[in-house]
Design a protein around this ligand. Structure first.
Ligand SMILES: Cc1cc2nc3c(=O)[nH]c(=O)nc-3n(C[C@H](O)[C@H](O)[C@H](O)COP(=O)(O)OP(=O)(O)OC[C@H]3O[C@@H](n4cnc5c(N)ncnc54)[C@H](O)[C@@H]3O)c2cc1C
Length: 336
């Protein structure tokens, strides 16, 4: 009986676990998540903060996981190191998991700027359930000022969450990274929407320093030496693959875990899927990383099949495997 270990509990991991069980009914699967509530709809975090989605709708079991006795979910366990030569994963509680096949599906997390990393306890992010609960419970006055520093989808969704919560928002962003020119939603439309919602957008300004005024408010010093007093500071910069636990493992990491279109890494029996992976085709003609709930699940299904059979399914360059978003169209979400 083969042991399959899957790192992560998001859509890529869960879709892979289900596919493994279909392809290898005798196989045993262990899923590992550093979060204590492993299953929830990450794309709905902004709606939860905004107050339009309750906890019951946000926290959803992935179908077919908990009811399967051959799938074990290790929640609240952080992967600390991976030793591919020993077929072993070390968790931060000191225990090890041994595998015949391993899937890395640890997703992506916001890249923190230097000041935010330094003052981590004074800056919030909105990328997981714990972040969202913390923001919702912070008890900010409805018209309190919030500063969001960020870009792209994560920046826009964070701004929306605070605006819809009734807060006043200052958005620090950059002209070049504010909105991807490749997006199906035009930059001008996004900017118009922000201005219509009375978001104060400051282009090409970054946070230089953050001073704690009195435990309730912060003074932000921006790169043009402007001072801005706010009740909350949120970092919402681009998401980067979570690969810190792979240090020293020998697995090839370069802006994500490098995999071929069959989602195989440079080690036999070790695969990667979803936001953590960077797919590079054999001829080097294309390479892509994922952002999107549905496409992460799609990659998970491919990985699940190949975990069992070694290969046989491949992802293609098309958006089905890389940019399939869950939820309504971005600007429609602003309608209240
Ligand atoms: C704020 C925000 C808004 C988004 N909005 C949308 C949207 O509107 N529509 C859309 O389609 N997509 C959206 N996305 C993107 C979408 O959520 C991701 O593309 C998708 O969740 C990726 O799935 P995944 O399985 O690769 O990783 P994830 O869903 O990120 O799951 C990663 C898993 O790995 C676990 N993990 C990470 N590190 C460790 C470790 N060291 N040890 C143990 N466990 C670990 C995590 O706990 C988690 O279970 C949004 C993302 C964010 C952050």
């Amino acid at each position: 009986m083969r042991q399959y270990v899957i790192l992560g509990c998001g859509p890529a991991a869960c879709a892979a676990a289900r596919e493994v069980r279909v392809q290898d009914p005798r196989g045993r699967v262990t899923l590992v998540s550093r979060e204590f509530t492993p299953f929830y709809l990450r794309p709905a975090l902004a709606d939860f903060v905004a107050g339009s989605v309750g906890r019951e709708a946000l926290v959803q079991q992935y179908p077919g996981i908990l009811e399967d006795p051959e799938i074990e979910v290790r929640a609240g366990c952080r992967v600390y190191r991976v030793f591919p030569h020993e077929s072993r994963v070390l968790l931060s509680d000191g225990t090890s998991l041994y595998f015949d096949r391993l899937l890395l599906a640890t997703g992506a997390a916001p890249r923190l700027s230097d000041y935010a990393a330094r003052l981590r306890n004074k800056v919030t992010t909105l990328s997981c359930l714990a972040d969202a609960v913390r923001i919702a419970r912070a008890g900010l006055e409805r018209d309190a000022w919030v500063l969001v520093s960020g870009e792209g989808h994560a920046g826009l969704e964070s701004v929306r969450a605070f605006v819809q919560r009734g807060h006043r928002v200052i958005y620090l962003t950059t002209h070049t990274r504010f909105w991807s020119p490749h997006s199906s939603v035009a930059r001008s439309e996004v900017l118009q929407k922000l201005l219509k919602e009375k978001v104060e957008v400051l282009f090409d300004e970054a946070v230089l320093d953050l001073l704690d005024l009195n435990g309730e408010r912060y003074r932000v010093v921006s790169s043009s030496r402007r001072t801005i007093d706010v009740s909350l500071v949120c970092e919402a910069r681009e998401l980067v693959p979570v690969t810190d636990y792979l240090e020293g493992s020998g697995l090839l990491v370069d802006h994500g875990v490098v995999v071929d279109p069959d989602l195989r890494t440079n080690f036999d029996g070790v695969f990667a899927a979803g936001d953590v992976a960077r797919v590079v085709d054999a001829e080097g003609n294309w390479q892509r990383t994922n952002f999107g709930w549905e496409s992460a699940a799609q990659q998970g299904r491919v990985a699940g099949h190949n975990l069992v059979h070694g290969n046989g399914l491949a992802v293609t360059e098309g958006d089905t495997h890389f940019a399939q978003l869950h939820g309504s169209r971005l600007l429609e979400r602003w309608q209240r």
